[in-house]
Design a protein around this ligand. Structure first.
Ligand SMILES: *Cc1c(COP(=O)(O)O)cnc(C)c1O
Length: 360
């Protein structure tokens, strides 16, 4: 029989959301942190005209997209690398800078794909405790070993939704050895940009990477476009492990058009924040424990894993899907994406009836 490579056999398949509404119910998915609304109308137009050139391979160097990103964020063109979603870049970082001789370190409740990336690279995966679902720089430094090749931190975090200040990231970087690559995944960065703490300047040190994506605030999860700002001196290494032509013609056109409509993206962030804070206030007034969030989702904490599973089931029965968080070491939590107001209201009312049922 054909056997997979041992490190692949040891992995479990990426846990996709199980999204099937019971018969007669319509599906309400609040499970994948998809944007509350579609992309800017200018994206739809740009993609429609780009399709006419789909018989050509896409630009392998993403030149127009990189120029637009460089201009938008005042960052060097040469340091920008684009990916088929930022997940491609996370896996490529692990495969380029870690192997079986070392470890990848992340906070305990980090984005579960960091672990998958470590396994793909055959690296050991270490975690550091968090405090109240917040990244602890002290704990990360404590968990760092001489063979730690990469430290992954998502800021704001997923599924926690919490954020650590620039000052703490700078401390982490200063205290880590220069030979440890620090990767800061800012998939939700746009939702926190108004706080005015960009980290792009850290990349100039040569040992830090910033990751962003078009999947969240730009509403382009289905187009699969992510990017990273990379130290120029080591950029060639990661390009070796990316697929050539990794971002499609449509994906590149969509991302450029999305970037050029900053007002639309900011409106999406404002709309998301207003819905999120309204939902958080409603759930808190019904005595749910909801963490502060700087993202397009809320983390709801239950008294234990059984309670969370019970609430999850009550919602699923009505076709409403949140995301359970055992994979991130938070079995007592459910993550709820900020979707349309009517869907959020429906989910909140189901949670409230569930809670009343618990009291009886
Ligand atoms: C959603 C998400 C990503 C994945 O983004 P893609 O660009 O869609 O691959 C990466 N990191 C974190 C923390 C995320 O939540």
């Amino acid at each position: 029989m054909i056997e997979p490579a041992s490190h692949v056999a040891a992995m479990s398949a990426y846990a996709l959301a199980d999204l099937e509404a019971p018969a007669g119910k319509s599906l309400v998915s609040l499970s994948q942190n998809e944007s509350v609304r579609g992309p800017s109308p200018s994206v739809t137009e740009a993609v429609a005209s780009a399709i006419a050139t789909a018989h050509f391979y896409p630009d392998p160097d993403w030149v127009e997209l990189r120029q637009t990103l460089a201009h938008q964020h005042s960052i060097p063109f040469e340091g920008i690398i684009c990916g088929n979603g930022s997940m491609e870049l996370i896996a490529a970082l692990a495969k380029s800078f870690a192997d079986e001789t070392g470890a990848i370190l992340a906070p305990r409740h980090a984005y579960p794909f960091f672990r998958t990336a470590a396994l793909l690279a055959r690296a050991r995966f270490d975690t550091a405790p968090e405090k109240d679902e917040r990244v602890s720089v002290a704990a990360l430094l404590d968990a760092h070993r001489t063979d730690t090749k990469i430290v992954f931190v998502a800021n704001p975090g997923n599924p926690t939704g919490t954020r650590i200040a620039r000052e703490d990231i700078v401390t982490l970087r200063d205290e880590l050895p220069e030979k440890t690559l620090l990767v800061i995944d800012e998939a939700y960065g746009e939702f926190a940009d108004h706080l005015g703490e960009p980290l792009y300047d850290l990349v100039e040190r040569g040992d830090t990477v910033i990751l962003r994506t078009f999947s969240k605030a730009y509403g382009l999860a289905g187009m699969r476009v992510g990017w990273e700002l990379f130290p120029i001196a080591i950029a060639r290494e990661i390009q070796k492990v990316l697929n050539p032509n990794n971002v499609s013609v449509a994906g590149q056109a969509a991302a450029v058009a999305a970037l050029k409509d900053q007002r639309y993206m900011r409106e999406t962030c404002d709309l998301t924040a207003a819905l999120r804070e309204g939902l958080a206030a409603r759930l808190r007034s019904s005595e749910f424990d909801v963490a502060d969030s700087f993202t397009n989702f809320l983390l709801i904490r239950f008294s234990d894993g059984e309670m969370a599973a019970d609430a999850d089931l009550a919602l699923r029965k009505e076709g409403v899907f949140l995301r359970a968080q055992s994979g991130a070491g938070l079995p007592h939590c459910l993550r709820m994406t900020i979707g349309a107001k009517a869907d959020l209201d429906f989910a909140a009312s189901l949670l409230e009836s569930w809670k009343e049922g618990q009291g009886r």
